[in-house]
Design a protein around this ligand. Structure first.
Ligand code: FCB
Length: 487
C-alpha cells in the first residue's frame, strides 16, 4: 500500500477511527525491540502425516473470467480502473489455471505435495452471488478436485478469497447483513455438489485485509474509503463465517472446517512515547487479530471494537460467530510495527522496523519469530486448536523483469520460517501443516505481476512454467520431512 504511505498489508490501520487514545506525542522513532528473529528447534524433522502444500487463490490464477457462465466479481471491476494496479495489468489470463489446472496438479504430484489450497470463485457458482446455481462452475471444481484426489493430493478449498460477486456488492456487499446469509447459501451450494469428495474447507481468507484494504483504505476491491463501513463489514464477515460453517457441517458428513486469518504480532515503537505507542499497537491488535479470533473462539469482541460495532451486533449473533473449528489457518508474512499518530483519525500509524532489520520486497521485517509468536498466542489464548500455516512465502524484489530462478533468498526464507514452525510444535502448538504461497508467479492484487511469490516462474506470453531452485528444495522437504540446516 505504497500510495497511502503504509507498507502494504503490514498494517491495516491508517484510518480506523479506534477509540481516541489521547496524549500529545508523535512517536517517530523506530521500534527498538530488536530481538533474535530465528528459532532453533531441537528437531529438524516433521511428522509423517504433516500436510505439505502450496496455496493459491482463484482470482490471482484462474483467468477465464467469462468462461462457463462466471459472473463478475468486485476485483473484475476494480482492476480495470486506471491506477488501481501498479503495472496496469489485470487478471484476465493470470496463470490460466482455469484451463491449465491438470498441468499444475501434475507438477504438485511430482513435487510430492500432499495438499493443495485453492479458492473457489463465488461468482462461478452463483454469477450474481445469489439465486440459481451455475452447474458449469461447479463442474470445473469437481474436475479439479477429482484431478487432485487421483494424485493423492488433498484439496483444501477456500470459499472467499476477496472476490465478492459484484451483484452482491451492488447491494451493499459486506456492509449489508444479507451478505452473511448469502455466504452460507454459497457454502451450501458447494458442499451439496462437492461434499462427497471435498472434505477440507477454509471459509474466509484474511478477512482483516479485505475489510480494511477494501473498505477503508481503498487499495483493494471494492475500493471504498469509508471508515463508517468498517464495523459492519467486520461483523458481517464474522457472522457469515459462522453461518457458512454451520451450512458446511450440515451439508456433509466428516467435513473438516476451518478459516484463515492474517495474524500479525503488533509491536510498538519505543522512545519517549513508548507508552502511547503501546496503546496504538494494542488498538491495531484489537482490529487486526482479536476482532476475528475472539468472535470465533470466544463469541465476543474485544472492548476496543465497541465504538465501531455500535448498533451492528444483534442478539444471538455471537452464538453464531462462535464455532468449533477443526483447524485455524494462519497466514504469516511479517510483524506490524506501530506508533501513535495524532494526525491520523485512528491515531495509529506504521513505525519503522528495528534498525538493521532485514526487509522483504514489501519493506516488511523478515522475522520468523513473529510466526512462532502468533502460533503460540493462539495456543495460549484460544484453546490450543489445531493450526495449519495456510500461507507463508516471499516475493522477488518488485519489478517487471524476469523471475529470479536461482532463488536462494526464498529457500532461506522458507527454511527459517519452517524452523519457527518446528519450534512452535516443540512448544506445544498443534501445527499440522504448511502451505507455501505460492505455486506459480501470479497476479498479486494491486501490485499486478510486479511481485512474484512463486516456486515456479511463468512466461506471461505463453503461460510456460519454469521451476525455480526453491521448487526442488520444497519438493525434497515434502518428500523427506527433514528440514536442511542450510542455506
Ligand atoms: C496474502 C494473500 C494472498 C497473497 C499473499 C502474497 O495476504 O492472502 O492472496 O496476495 O498475501
Amino acid at each position: 500500500m505504497e500510495r497511502s504511505g503504509v507498507s502494504r498489508r503490514t498494517l491495516g490501520a491508517q484510518a480506523l477511527g479506534m477509540a481516541a487514545l489521547g496524549g500529545a506525542a508523535f512517536g517517530l522513532e523506530g521500534c527498538e525491540n530488536a530481538r533474535p528473529t530465528d528459532l532453533k528447534p531441537k528437531s529438524r524433522r516433521f511428522p509423517e502425516d504433516f500436510v505439505w502444500g502450496v496455496a493459491t487463490a482463484a482470482f490471482q490464477t484462474e483467468g477465464g473470467q467469462t468462461a462457463d457462465g462466471r459472473g463478475p466479481s468486485v476485483w473484475d471491476l476494480f482492476e480495470k480502473v486506471p491506477g488501481h494496479v501498479k503495472d496496469g495489468s489485470d487478471a484476465t489470463v493470470a496463470t490460466d489455471s482455469y484451463r491449465r489446472f491438470q498441468e499444475d496438479v501434475d507438477t504438485m504430484a511430482a513435487m510430492a505435495l500432499n495438499a493443495y489450497r485453492f479458492s473457489i470463485s463465488w461468482s462461478r457458482i452463483l454469477p450474481t452471488g445469489e439465486g440459481a446455481v451455475n452447474a458449469a462452475g461447479l463442474d470445473h471444481y469437481a474436475r479439479l478436485v477429482d484431478a487432485l484426489l487421483e494424485k493423492g493430493i488433498t484439496p483444501y478449498a477456500t470459499l472467499f478469497h476477496w472476490d465478492l460477486p459484484q451483484g452482491l456488492q451492488a447491494k451493499g456487499g459486506w456492509a449489508s447483513r444479507d451478505t452473511a446469509q448469502r455466504l452460507a447459501d454459497y457454502a451450501h451450494a458447494v458442499v451439496d455438489r462437492l461434499g462427497d469428495r471435498l472434505k477440507h474447507y477454509i471459509v474466509l481468507n484474511e478477512a482483516a485485509v479485505h475489510a480494511v484494504f477494501g473498505h477503508v483504505l481503498g487499495e483493494h476491491a471494492p475500493g471504498l474509503k469509508d471508515i463508517g463501513l468498517l464495523g459492519k463489514v467486520v461483523h458481517h464477515m464474522n457472522l457469515g463465517q459462522g453461518l457458512a460453517m454451520q451450512a458446511l457441517r450440515a451439508g456433509t458428513q466428516g467435513a473438516t472446517v476451518g478459516t484463515t486469518m492474517a495474524l500479525q504480532p503488533c509491536r510498538p515503537a519505543g522512545g519517549p512515547w513508548a507508552v502511547w505507542n503501546r496503546l496504538a499497537s494494542d488498538g491495531l491488535d484489537a482490529l487486526w487479530n482479536k476482532a476475528w479470533l475472539d468472535p470465533l473462539f470466544k463469541g465476543s469482541y474485544p472492548k476496543d471494537m465497541d465504538d465501531l460495532l455500535k448498533g451492528v451486533v444483534r442478539d444471538g449473533d455471537m452464538a453464531v460467530t462462535r464455532q468449533r473449528v477443526d483447524f485455524l489457518g494462519v497466514n504469516y508474512y511479517a510483524p506490524a510495527y506501530v506508533r501513535l499518530d495524532l494526525s491520523s483519525p485512528s491515531k495509529i500509524a506504521p513505525a519503522q522496523p528495528p534498525r538493521g532489520a532485514e526487509l522483504d520486497a514489501f519493506g516488511r521485517h523478515i522475522d520468523p519469530s513473529g510466526l512462532f509468536e502468533v502460533l503460540d498466542r493462539v495456543r495460549r489464548e484460544y484453546g490450543a486448536p489445531r493450526m495449519l500455516v495456510t500461507e507463508n512465502g516471499c516475493s522477488d524484489p518488485f519489478g517487471t523483469g524476469p523471475a529470479i530462478l536461482d532463488d536462494r533468498f526464498r529457500i532461506t526464507y522458507l527454511r527459517r520460517h519452517l524452523e519457527a514452525v518446528l519450534a512452535a510444535r516443540e512448544a506445544g502448538c498443534d501445527v499440522g501443516g504448511y502451505f507455501e504461497w505460492t505455486l506459480v508467479d501470479n497476479f498479486e492484487w494491486d501490485l499486478g505481476y510486479t511481485s512474484k511469490f512463486g516456486l515456479i516462474a511463468m512466461d506471461r506470453k505463453t503461460g510456460a512454467r519454469t521451476p525455480k531452485a526453491s521448487a526442488a528444495w520444497y519438493a525434497a522437504l515434502a518428500r523427506t520431512g527433514g528440514l536442511p540446516a542450510t542455506p
